[in-house]
Design a protein around this ligand. Structure first.
Ligand SMILES: Cc1cc2nc3c(=O)[nH]c(=O)nc-3n(C[C@H](O)[C@H](O)[C@H](O)COP(=O)(O)OP(=O)(O)OC[C@H]3O[C@@H](n4cnc5c(N)ncnc54)[C@H](O)[C@@H]3O)c2cc1C
Length: 422
């Protein structure tokens, strides 16, 4: 029997699904001992820090992750960062294979004037802020304005728009970070525009998310019927299934009456931002549209136009992704998830993707190295292991229960480590 040591870097969906794929590939002759490194004190990646708090069902996939993590021969090393606490070279030496699953966390920018003004943010900062990611707890989110603009035509833009336009008491029973809930409650924003550069037929929203919008109880959702009819005409007689399903959902929204709520989300298509304007902070945004330039007064602009991967020394990158050939990077390094593909696909997409890469990894294994593991590299740096994480997790859930929430997140790293008992 051969036991191979594999280290997975990043405890998001792709990391866990890579671990599951290795566990599924085990035979009596082929065994894996899996170590997972995570830079935050908490695992689950974007399931914790990305998925919107008003979509709690989606987060139940974390139960699958916990099942994978509580199997024999799996160890969690949270609060350990590849790049600062250990290097890729060190991991390559100790392990038979290294799997990069670090995701794609840097927000793409538009490159237009005014993007640096106070009140202009990336969804890559705003989303982790409301989700209690420790690195974003202190960013400034000025919600003292009547109108906010979200730029983008995907589900992240829709999440951001919804979070801005929900009646904040609807978030009371969610795991929204306490600091964000406080600011949402004081928010003066009543009008939220979601703006797309192209026509509705090109939007990357998915139809289940669109179909949920009319169910919002305290928010008007507006789309212009002639925009959607124009998109239907441009899409032609046999549009792709997803496009048709999106356009059907949008036509339904465009047919809704304005319910007269105080809060509104309005979709603007064929609006290309050309400048964000203001002296000390955002005061308006100017678009180019088929009818000419339009300037809309607003105090907050959030850009949700995609993500790129943060670089790690010793790992090759190209176009915001880890350079790879079907998941193989070089030597004994592999990559899965958003670090491999870029920011596309839902949580489940990472499962089949990781399974294919792990099959490749297994096909390329040489004899086991038996060269030690990460414990020898940490030089006294304390980490959160699975049982310490379970303690922190139980604390968050118990604190949440007192207020009827699924959990109350611990934000500060030092506090998380203390509660985890390290
Ligand atoms: C705002 C938002 C909302 C979304 N909502 C949904 C949804 O509702 N439904 C759905 O199906 N999908 C949703 N998705 C998509 C889904 O989150 C992704 O498909 C999935 O999270 C990608 O998994 P990943 O493991 O590649 O990356 P991630 O989830 O980003 O995980 C990467 C992990 O690596 C860690 N890491 C990064 N660098 C290092 C390092 N140097 N050392 C150690 N650890 C490191 C990170 O801290 C993180 O925990 C959403 C995505 C976003 C951005």
């Amino acid at each position: 029997m051969s036991t191979y040591k594999v280290v997975i870097v990043g405890a998001g969906p792709a990391g866990y699904f890579a671990a599951l794929a290795l566990q599924n590939l085990e035979t009596p002759e082929l065994q894996f001992s899996i170590d997972m490194i995570e830079r935050l004190p908490t695992p689950w990646g974007l399931v914790r820090s990305g998925v919107a708090p008003d979509h709690p069902k989606i987060k139940s996939v974390s139960k699958v992750f916990e099942k994978i993590a509580t199997t024999e021969k799996f160890r969690l090393f949270a609060n350990i960062e590849l790049g600062s606490d250990v290097t890729i070279g060190q991991l390559q030496e100790k392990y038979d294979a290294v799997v990069i699953a670090t995701g794609s966390t840097i927000g793409k920018t538009l490159g237009i004037p005014g993007e640096d003004l106070l009140g202009s943010l990336s969804a890559a900062d705003f989303v982790p802020w409301y989700n209690g990611h420790p690195d974003f707890a202190n960013i400034s989110v000025p919600l003292d304005c009547e109108t906010a603009v979200v730029i983008g035509a995907g589900n992240v833009a829709m999440d951001v728009g919804r979070m801005l336009a929900l009646e904040p008491s609807e978030l009371d029973l969610t795991d929204t970070a306490d600091h964000a809930l406080e600011i949402f409650k004081e928010s003066k924003a009543r009008k939220v525009y979601i703006c797309a550069r192209r026509g509705a037929e090109h939007a990357a929203f998915t139809s289940p998310e669109l179909r949920e919008l009319p169910k919002l109880e305290h928010t008007n959702v507006l789309m212009n019927k002639s925009d959607i009819n124009g998109a239907i005409a441009r899409a032609g007689d046999s549009p792709e299934k997803d496009v048709k399903s999106n356009l059907d959902a949008m036509l339904l929204i465009a047919g809704l009456e304005n319910k007269g709520h105080a809060r509104t989300i309005e979709f603007l298509f064929q609006h290309t931002p050309i400048s964000i304007n203001g002296t000390d902070r955002v005061e308006s945004i100017t678009y180019s549209t088929p009818k000419g330039e339009v300037t809309v007064p607003c105090g907050l602009v959030i850009t949700a136009i995609g993500y790129q991967a943060a670089g790690i020394d010793g790992v090759p990158y190209e176009s915001g992704k880890v350079l790879n050939k079907e998941g193989h990077v070089k030597d004994n390094i592999y990559v899965v998830g958003w670090a491999k593909r870029g920011p596309s696909g839902v949580i489940g997409t990472n499962k089949s993707d990781a399974a294919a890469v792990m099959e490749k990894l297994v096909s390329q294994l040489a004899a086991p190295k038996n060269a030690g593991d990460i414990a020898e590299l940490l030089a006294g740096k304390k980490h959160i292991d699975q049982s310490a994480w379970e303690k922190l997790n139980a604390h968050e859930v118990a604190e949440g229960e007192k207020a009827g929430k699924p959990r109350r997140k611990v934000i500060e790293r030092s506090q998380a480590c203390e509660i985890a008992g390290i």
